[in-house]
Design a protein around this ligand. Structure first.
Ligand code: CTP
Length: 435
């Protein structure tokens, strides 16, 4: 236990006051129950690095559920416990959450027998973690609030900016850690240590990653693509030979790298529009990464990642549709043909935002990029003022002409040929009379 003063200083300097008092409150309830309580993991790592982190993980040497339930009861918060794992989540009225774990292990030696309870120490508990930088703990209970526990050289690794596993079987135990290592490396600007990198290479060579379930692999990829610099992480994955575990045909070459770099730009652009719409950024990166492989292989990659059948079908359909529309637009531009706003609208209206962004990233033509941006920012919000009810009132008999006439009016709107409801009604009457 070291560096208490440094930790207290960092807490007061960088944590919001309410988080500091929350940590104190957690410690007090620990004292009351005579249980040692610690803040652990990513929260401590980020505190020492000066990075913001709102995910507070608490470890209790003893019964974590009892601790969480007592704490929640004292404060009037809600709590969700998972008896089987000895974990609980304390949920604050504003949605803020604290995860609580027990350093206690409970298992059933034989079916129907009473559970065997094993108390594991904080140190044992931390030893099970992925990298040294995630093994720091800060004592919250007792007189030594703020004491840092560093059993595995984490403080030094933070200073040396090094990602290190705790033991040689770490990646065998949990292959997702290979991807986590890359994610932390890129996010924190650290470097995977030489020995750890050799263990990654070994895990790759020995095929341990084949055993990784699709869901878990997908989760890791999604997490990587949600980071600030996914392309660097993808390059790193490529360098370590990891991309082929998604699909053997996925390799980085000039073309998908260019598209990946563009994805970064277009998603940043989209973010800055502050639309009330969220996009699945990972989908855009995934489409870019797989841009050069066949539809069959794309399907294979989605299957490997256990993307649900429903979503897989939707993804492949979107990809095919998107490529077709891209081709149409590029041909028009190449031939110098006139393109009206309504053309753009009807080409793009069936596509998801993820595919629209993918098209923007993929095209080499500025004009096409402008078409899509015009659609996203303006055209797709255009509607007609009149509806089917108006057409009915004008005497249009039921049938497919409703759709046609409304589209005709929408076209006029989009192209600036109808500016008001009256304009629209005039067009509608004309169309109805023309039959
Ligand atoms: N952990 C692990 N092996 C994994 C996943 C997680 O050992 N495959 C451990 C890590 O030590 C981590 C803790 O569980 O500190 C919590 O996991 P998570 O919330 O994913 O990690 P954070 O470090 O909080 O990362 P992030 O900042 O991305 O939330």
């Amino acid at each position: 236990p070291v560096r208490r003063r440094e930790v207290l200083h960092l807490m007061n300097k960088s944590l919001p006051a309410r988080v500091v008092s929350l940590l104190r409150d957690l410690g007090r309830v620990g004292d009351e129950l005579e249980l040692p309580v610690y803040a652990v993991g990513g929260f401590v790592r980020d505190l020492l690095l000066g990075n913001e982190n709102d995910d507070i993980d608490v470890s209790v040497e003893g019964d974590g559920i009892l601790f969480a339930e007592t704490f929640a009861a004292r404060m009037g918060y809600r709590v969700k416990s998972h008896e089987k794992f000895g974990t609980a989540v304390i949920v604050f009225p504003d949605g803020f959450k604290v995860d609580v774990a027990s350093t206690r292990l409970e298992y059933y030696a034989t079916p129907g027998a009473l559970p065997t309870v094993e108390r594991s120490s904080l140190k044992m508990d931390l030893y099970r973690r992925d990298f040294t930088i995630n093994t720091l703990a800060i004592r919250l209970s007792g007189a030594d609030f703020g004491m840092l526990f560093d059993y595995f050289g984490a403080y030094r690794d933070l200073q040396e900016k090094s990602i290190r596993v705790l033991h040689n079987l770490s990646f065998v135990e949990d292959p997702t850690r290979v991807f986590r290592a890359i994610r932390f490396e890129q996010r924190l600007g650290f470097q995977i240590s030489r020995h750890t990198e050799n263990l990654v290479k070994n895990a790759v060579k020995m095929g341990f990653l084949d055993k990784l379930g699709g869901k878990r692999l997908l989760n890791e990829l999604v997490a990587i693509m949600k980071e600030r610099e996914p392309v660097r992480a993808i390059l790193r994955m490529s360098g370590l030979g990891l991309l082929r575990f998604i699909h053997p045909e996925i390799v980085l070459q000039a073309e998908n790298l260019r598209v990946l770099d563009e994805v970064k730009k277009v998603t940043t652009w989209f973010d800055l529009l502050y639309l009330a719409e969220t996009v699945e950024v990972w989908v855009v990166y995934f489409l870019a990464l797989t841009t050069a492989i066949s539809d069959d292989s794309f399907w294979g990659a989605c299957t490997r990642l256990s993307v649900s059948e429903h979503y897989r079908e939707r993804l492949i359909e979107m990809r095919i549709h998107g490529e077709q529309v891209l081709e149409v637009m590029e041909r028009k531009v190449a031939r110098g043909e006139d393109v009206r706003p309504s053309d753009i609208y009807f080409w793009l209206r069936g596509l998801t935002t993820e595919v629209l962004l993918y098209i923007m990233a993929k095209t080499r033509r500025d004009e096409v990029r402008k078409f899509v941006s015009l659609f996203v920012t303006r055209l797709r919000g255009v509607t007609t003022s009149i509806t089917g009810d108006d057409l009915k009132r004008l005497g249009l008999p039921a049938g497919p002409r409703y759709r046609e006439i409304l589209d005709r009016i929408l076209t006029a709107r989009l192209n600036g040929e109808a500016a008001s409801r009256d304009d629209e009604l005039r067009i509608a009457s004309g169309e109805i009379a023309a039959v």
